[in-house]
Design a protein around this ligand. Sequence first.
Ligand code: NAG
Ligand code: NAG
Ligand code: NAG
Ligand code: NAG
Ligand code: NAG
Length: 784
Amino acid sequence: MAWRCHSSYLFLGFIVLISVSSSSQLQSSQAWTLLSLQRLLNFPLVLTSWEINTDFCGSEPNPSVTVVCYEESITQLHINGNENASTLPRSFSIDSFFTTLTRLPTLKVLSLTSLGLRGSIPAKISRLASLEIVNMSSNLLVGVIPGGISRLKNLQTLILDHNLIGGRLPEWIGSFPLMEVLSLRNNTFNGPLPVSVSNLASLRVLVLSFNKFSESLPDLSGLVNLQVLDLESNYFGPQFPSLSNKIVKLLMRNNNFTGGIPSELSSYYLLQQVDISSNKFVGPFIPSLLSLASIKHINIAGNRFTGILSPNTSCNDELEDVDLSYNLLTGSLPACLSSKSKHRIVLYSGNCLTNKAQIQHPISFCLNQALAVDLSPRNLKKASVHKAIVAITVVGSIVVALIVAFVSFYFLKRTNARRVMKRPPRRVIEHASNGYPSKFLADARYISQTIKLGALGIPSYRAFSLEELEAATNNFDTSSFMGKGSLGQMYRGQLKDGSLIAIRCLKLKKCHTSQNFNRHIELISKLRHRHLVSALGHCFEYYLEDSSVSMLFLIFEYVSNGTLRSNISGQKLSWTQRIASAIGVAKGIQFLHAGIMPGLFANDLKITNVLLDQDLVTKICSYNIPVLAEIKDKVIAKTSPAFTDHIDRTMHEEKIDIYDFGVILLEIISGRPVTSRSDAKLMKHQLQESITADGSARRRSVVDPVVRKTCCGESLKTVIEICIRCLSEEAAERPSVEDVLWNLHFATQVQDGWRGDSNSSEDSPLSSHTPLSPHTPALRISEG
Ligand SMILES: *[C@@H]1O[C@H](CO)[C@@H](O)[C@H](O)[C@H]1NC(C)=O
Ligand SMILES: *[C@@H]1O[C@H](CO)[C@@H](O)[C@H](O)[C@H]1NC(C)=O
Ligand SMILES: *[C@@H]1O[C@H](CO)[C@@H](O)[C@H](O)[C@H]1NC(C)=O
Ligand SMILES: *[C@@H]1O[C@H](CO)[C@@H](O)[C@H](O)[C@H]1NC(C)=O
Ligand SMILES: *[C@@H]1O[C@H](CO)[C@@H](O)[C@H](O)[C@H]1NC(C)=O
């Protein structure tokens, strides 16, 4: 019996046992009330034992009927009918029934289930002011939840499962300070879940399954006691609910959720069961779900999750069932799932995995389907805004021959679209992911970087809708406009959750095959690192009517503390902070080169493309994404910027960034803007002389006075030397990024040591100390 679980009830029951033995009889009026109820319910089978002489308080409780008394009054009444019971007579009146019931004002627990009660719950239920637990499941109750219930301030549990109650859930549902269990399964509720639900601080169980609820849930992250959230079979969505990480059971099957699953999910250490099947989720599956601390049941079937599964992924030993069926997963099943040793149910058919024991699609299916498109009809107002954006973008568009995979969609959707509206509809590609052959998977760096993503403190990569971007930028209002570069406009925006974003709007001019489209997005989604302005998501958009790709929006985090140049010229950075900035840039380069596959080289690094955040962490904000490069190449052909005349483009492509890094270092050291390559050559020459020359006068003319005040000579010398090497004309002579990092760390270390040493003079001469080789273990400073 479920009520036994309730600890306050157990306590009550204990008191009752004592009182039953000492005091004797129930007030006769209350006994009569019970007999009236029996008559009103048309003498159901379960109540055949009730007679005029029955000792109600003394009778043995059983699952069907239980009466509990305290000091001659009834505190609990359970009448649980048989599901096969004959229906109540036509003359049954729920109003009379409750009128009778209110003669038991001391009731704390009321359970009336499977009795065929029909009609709507009368408002007079409020007269049962002591009610704590109410269970009226499996009746034929209709109408709405009466406002009278809002006066039951002691209510802890309200269960109305399997009825026909509906309408919108009233806002006052959030006004029960003690509410622990609210269960409305299998009714006809619709509309959104009221925001007030987030005030139910004691809530442990929230069951809303099998209704017609819609829209996204309010922020429930404040409900730290919430253990069970059951939303199955509603129209909730599109946003993934925001929850506390103490959730134990999360059931979201068969709703209208889209987008990616948030990376927070992998911090739900108490989560035992997650069912997000039969939604429209997209984006990469998070393999770390399989190894969550408490996880037993996982079901993600029937979505469009992408990503490459690795045999090395580990699983929680306690996993009992995993259903990955009907997604777009590639790679091979984690060994822990494919081994037969455990009594574990693993379903994975309908993906593109290499394990063929359950039916799989060919890999091309998953790659193409990852591009599955959605027709999103737009109203005219938005369309004109959109045209305005197009109008201010560079040059006209090239008609794109549709990718084979899209052709069927195209005709289908086009016919639909014609029927619905005259103006050109547009489809928004919700996402596209996947596509790296498994050889990349073998690269451990790739995997380790993917795993690290969670630690960045930024939301997981996802597809954005254009509506969202329009809302964030106030319809791309000019007040949101940040600037226009060779690669399109930048807009600043603010998402609903308050976070700031930067949006790069790109006009696509080239035909993309499905394969290279996939790759671009896969790559962009990996551009997340502490020292990059990280990609948060994207949004694709194009017209159906003439098949031309119109726009690609790339959404990045917004970094607000200015460029590295403005921070240097504003004299805001000490020498230590300048080295730290340089280390940040170098780590960013290291990630671009080796942290993602394939690496990004020739990123055209400039000090103005290095931003600082609130904590003075440097972030590279412009890098050589292939999609951008395709657009950019045309532009460069016309105007050749200062630093693009590098030699040996193909032979030493990673060294191009090292040269640019050297230019940034020049500015860090000198505090003066370096605006041309000849400028850079001249300053490099001066630096070289300053190191060899004895006189400090020449050094002064080169080094930023701010730096001279705050740095130790040895630290400065180390940085100058590495700077000179970075600026070598011969690409092969430039140091590796690891070498650069080692030297910069060394410069920090000697600087730290120097600061502790009060004897050192402010203007200490550049010492002749040479740093040890990068391979000297004693001095290596660990990365990260
Ligand atoms: C409510 O009543 C139904 C039917 O008797 C029962 O199955 C269910 O467990 C009860 N719920 C609770 C939480 O007591
Ligand atoms: C209800 O009736 C069905 C078929 O007559 C029977 O199988 C089932 O056991 C009955 N249920 C109960 C609770 O008596
Ligand atoms: C919903 O309730 C009806 C009647 O109360 C029952 O027949 C049906 O099986 C229930 N559906 C679910 C999904 O629980
Ligand atoms: C499902 O979500 C889409 C947008 O994501 C929305 O347009 C649609 O109305 C939703 N469906 C229902 C039944 O709420
Ligand atoms: C998986 O583990 C094996 C042995 O531990 C190793 O050889 C292999 O490279 C790993 N594969 C991946 C993709 O990490």
